[in-house]
Design a binder for this molecule. Sequence first.
Ligand code: ADP
Length: 359
Amino acid sequence: MSNSTAELIRQAIASHPDPETGRPLETMGQIRSVAVDGDIAEIDLALSSHSLPIQEDVKDAIESKVVAAVPGVTPKITINIHERPPVRLGQIALRAKSVIAVGSGKGGVGKSTVAASIALTLSRLGSKVGLLDADVYGPSIPQLLGLSGRPAVNANKKIEPIMLEGKLPVMSMGFLVEPDQAVIWRGPMLHGSINQFLADTNWGELDYLIIDMPPGTGDVALTLSQAIPLAGAVVVCTPQEVALLDAVKAISMFRKVNIPLLGMVENMSGFLCPDNGKTYDIFGQGGARTKSEELNVPFLGCLPIDITLRTAGDEGKLAEVIASNEKARAPFDGVAKAMVREVASQTSQKPNQGSLPVL
Ligand code: ADP
């Protein structure tokens, strides 16, 4: 096999969309080299850290395209990380590539646990992530992550977020008010505080900003949709019919303010008993999947009731579980990757406009 084989391979993969921009890999300068030696094809690809959570998908897709175009060749794909800095979002000086809202129709379904776990998982898989707790009525992110302290204001008058393990910036109303102080803000004050969290926090450059929304109400969703373009929303629910009805309301709320739906997550979906390994469907199972099909919303996966998660949440050790407990984190890996796939798929249908640096 020869140079012309390398050329055939290049052509076969040229139009594959970059997961971050939705534009063809070739035109974005991301096919670094294709070298053929015997029946081995070495392909070097450049991806940005935004795409790292689904790098295996990219490898698999490229492999299939190569094998289909040149039967008998064995592709060896190397992925190199190159950064493409985020552009300013909207009118706000927030530099994040994908802003994702995590919502629910009602409280107590595990929305904050899912939002925090998605942020922790994307960070573990190599992306730069920030977490904004916009659940101003019941901010539980500081509790779940064991974070406390008052955010400082820096010389540029920006609020310094509290850093989790030195790398994941977190901002929450919980850092600003006493735990027993109920926040009863509505309307303009709520609007102002959310905008301030977005615009006046020193987030740095992010691949993903995950926002834990207050349950139910549309106020914050409306504020967000006016402030910045969102990549989309994830709706968390439990399998019970009543929670599903609430989830339907949450979905129509996001639709009303033109925030795209990335998918539904079914939390507390069956209880895996640690004593006998059997699964018990305490709240039923599968309701969210059926509902998501009815509503034409992607389904991102099920998360079982896991005692490890509940105790970790109570003790502020959710980050430790996601970092080191492979069994407990596996379903969250599935959900986070499915979500990034959906972001990539929606981006490839509507590739990023404007000029973007070639990698
Ligand atoms: P919400 O944000 O919807 O109010 P939280 O994320 O604060 O819900 O979760 C409520 C409680 O349920 C917390 O104690 C949390 O640790 C627990 N929890 C959430 N998801 C699970 C799960 N899959 N397994 C076990 N406990 C969970």
